[in-house]
Design a protein around this ligand. Structure first.
Ligand SMILES: [Zn+2]
Ligand SMILES: [Zn+2]
Length: 330
């Protein structure tokens, strides 16, 4: 039986599960015409209507084969002696981003990327209606090392706890707010826009920048300039096309800059505010947290000594290069 177990010494969760067989990749189960090869469709956009689980979709959401987290399991939280265990009830979904197998975010049209962004919002809104789901991670890999090329998709992982990394980030933001009564990210925005040297791109609603202390040379954040803790509330008919354009341009820029490197994108957004376990959960989150996207190009270059990341490219240089490259690409 699958179990989420907590390592109390590290404050870290581990999913313990039986070894699984990798799902078949040939022929591609995500291409149009193969709809019956996936689990039942969870959601889809179809231009001409059309029936569920048939071709004609532009974006389609299906259960991940061999899911880590499953909605049909019963949520159990248990103390095993001194230890904590939770049954991994949740959801593991794939957002198939395009009917075209060869598409990437760099090759997709603006409208296609925008549809994907709307589907992110739809899935967050839908999953957050379930108060047993505490946190949802939307992530997207391009050319993951060791994984063969595949149909373009984003991954949605919804779980009954807060992801360790999210918990750390939420805590930092909350403590900054408790101390200063200001949003940490709004302060970062103000300082970075003022300083300019790490800003790659500035649009009416977003800033694209290399953070002050990036873990890898080309680490990039996309921050909305308007404060808000959750992506699904911030995506509008104004911001969606702007964000889609930025993502497409960014992917084309790094594709040329670093010879089409692998990268991973993670949407950082507020957990499910309906899921309250302790009194005072999320008390100031609307003011202290600020949704954003983080992109980590060349994750294989993550280099650590005793937990400290080592980055041999000054972020100011990386930002300047990306800025210049962007101008010549876009
Ligand atoms: Zn395919
Ligand atoms: Zn803010």
């Amino acid at each position: 039986m699958d179990e989420l177990r907590k390592d109390l010494t590290r404050g870290q969760w581990v999913l313990v599960r039986p070894k699984s067989k990798p799902p078949a990749e040939e022929p591609c189960p995500f291409c149009p015409g193969a709809e019956s090869e996936t689990g039942p469709e969870i959601a889809a956009y179809r231009k001409d209507g059309g029936a569920q689980n048939t071709a004609g979709w532009t974006v389609r959401v299906v259960p991940e084969p061999d899911a880590y987290f499953r909605i049909e399991w019963e949520l159990v939280r248990e103390g095993i002696g001194m230890f904590d265990m939770i049954i991994p009830r949740g959801a593991s979904e794939l957002i198939v981003e395009s009917p075209r197998h060869e598409d990437t975010l760099a090759s997709m049209g603006l409208g296609q990327i925008e549809s994907v962004l709307w589907m992110y919002r739809d899935r967050l809104l839908d999953l957050k209606r379930d108060s047993q789901i505490r946190d949802i991670l939307i992530s997207r890999h391009h050319k993951k090392p060791g994984v063969p090329g595949h149909h373009p998709y984003s991954r949605v992982t919804a779980i009954p706890i807060v992801f360790d990394e999210t918990r750390r980030e939420l805590r930092e933001a909350r403590e900054y707010y408790q101390y200063k009564r200001r949003c940490l990210y709004c302060d970062v925005l103000r300082q970075e826009i003022g300083g300019e040297e790490r800003v790659i791109r500035l649009t009416p609603s977003f800033v694209v920048l290399v953070p002050y202390a990036p873990r890898v040379p080309l680490e990039t954040w996309i921050l909305p300039r308007r404060h808000g803790c959750s992506y699904e509330e911030a995506l509008t008919s104004d911001t969606a096309p702007e964000l889609a354009r930025l993502l497409g341009e960014y992917c084309r820029t790094i594709e040329r800059h670093a010879e089409d490197p692998a990268w991973e994108l993670v949407l950082h957004t507020a957990p499910n505010l309906r899921s309250r376990i302790l009194q005072g959960d999320w008390a100031t989150i609307r003011d202290d947290y600020h949704w954003h996207l983080e992109i980590l190009p060349q994750p294989e270059r993550l280099n650590r000594v005793g937990g400290i990341f080592v980055n041999e490219t000054p972020p100011e240089d990386a930002a300047r290069e990306l800025r210049e490259r962007w101008e010549s690409t876009a």
